[in-house]
Ligand binder design. Structure first.
Ligand code: VAH
Length: 312
């Protein structure tokens, strides 16, 4: 059985639905601190569960005979700047709870998401290498860097089979993202479909690595299905598909919606975005376990407008 912690989040929702289609609805237990979308709740088992409560997580693992955990619960970059202690507690305590269950042999395999947020202002920002300078300047990035080091430690010291990817900004329509700096790339579509102008909280030329959710989910499942000895990186794999600026995605949307307009009013999230790379070198993931993206900006835009029911 598979357990998803944070199943109601932007990634968790679609990850749960996809894992249920691969493994069968009853083999995938969704959990979160609150209930989620209709499709998530109606498609299989759900538990209200606080990922920072070690005993509660262990009780669910034992009760459902869980063998694999996907830990998708976290506070993201913008929210973590507002609530540093809550973010550190959730992001780290939940990880130790899951790594310790694997160390004790109570589960066999762990997926834990990292992020391009592990990179900082002095990281080479074009085609950022797999191994490079990492001085994150955000609470979220610090928690992801620390988490990566702990994953590598538990693998080396205790043989824990933990696997991870550094997600770029993720674009999806099934669930709203929560508290991220890249959320503009989702909000912009909701406004375009509603026929309303969009005021973007980043500058028009802020180039960031991005990915359509279908690609991110496929990468996650491919990594988890790879042979353990093919998974050579046990901190976290760089993962990439495209990079774009707010101006570029606005222009792509306007090909479908010529009357759509965007204005730019950078807020505190601009500093966060400025500390992150513009593009990522993910050759190691391609070599080790056959990663290959499918959605570019054009396909992502079409899929988002279709999904939100706004396509013409
Ligand atoms: C965030 N969407 O904005 C997340 C992600 C790379 C960005 O980590 O915080």
């Amino acid at each position: 059985t598979i357990l998803i912690l944070g199943a109601c989040g932007q990634i968790g929702t679609e990850l749960t639905l996809n894992l249920r289609s691969v493994h069968g609805n009853d083999r995938v237990i969704a959990s979160d601190i609150r209930e989620g979308s209709g499709e998530l709740m109606s498609s299989g088992p759900f538990e209200i569960l606080d990922a920072t409560n070690a005993q509660a997580v262990e009780d669910v693992v034992v009760h459902h005979n869980v063998e694999e955990i996907y830990l998708m619960a976290a506070l993201l970059s913008a929210t973590a700047e507002k609530f540093p202690d809550r973010a550190w507690n959730l992001n780290m305590t939940s990880l130790f709870n899951v790594l310790d269950l694997a160390k004790e042999g109570k589960i066999d395999k762990v997926f834990w998401p990292s992020s391009i947020a592990v990179f900082g202002p002095n990281t080479p920002s074009e085609q950022t290498p797999q191994a490079t300078i990492m001085e994150p300047s955000t609470v979220y990035g610090i928690s992801k860097l620390a988490g990566e080091r702990w994953c590598a430690y538990y693998h080396r010291k205790f043989g824990v089979d933990v696997r991870s990817v550094r997600y770029p900004g993720l674009i999806s329509w099934k669930t709203q993202p929560g508290g991220g700096t890249t959320d503009y790339a989702v909000e912009i579509f909701h406004k375009a479909v509603a026929g309303e102008p969009y005021e973007c909280f980043l500058k028009e030329d802020s180039r960031l690595p991005m990915m359509y959710m279908e690609d991110a989910i496929r990468a996650t499942i491919n990594l988890m299905q790879a042979d353990a000895d093919d998974v050579k990186v046990r901190s976290s794999y760089n993962l990439a598909s495209m990079s774009f600026t707010p101006e570029e995605i606005a222009r792509e949307i306007q090909k479908h919606k010529p009357e759509f307009t965007v204005s730019y009013a950078p807020d505190f999230r601009q500093d966060i975005a400025d500390s992150w790379p513009g593009s990522i070198d993910d050759n190691q993931a391609r070599t080790d376990w056959g990663w290959e993206p499918e959605f570019d900006l054009s396909a992502t835009t079409a899929a988002m407008l279709e999904g939100l029911g706004g396509s013409q």
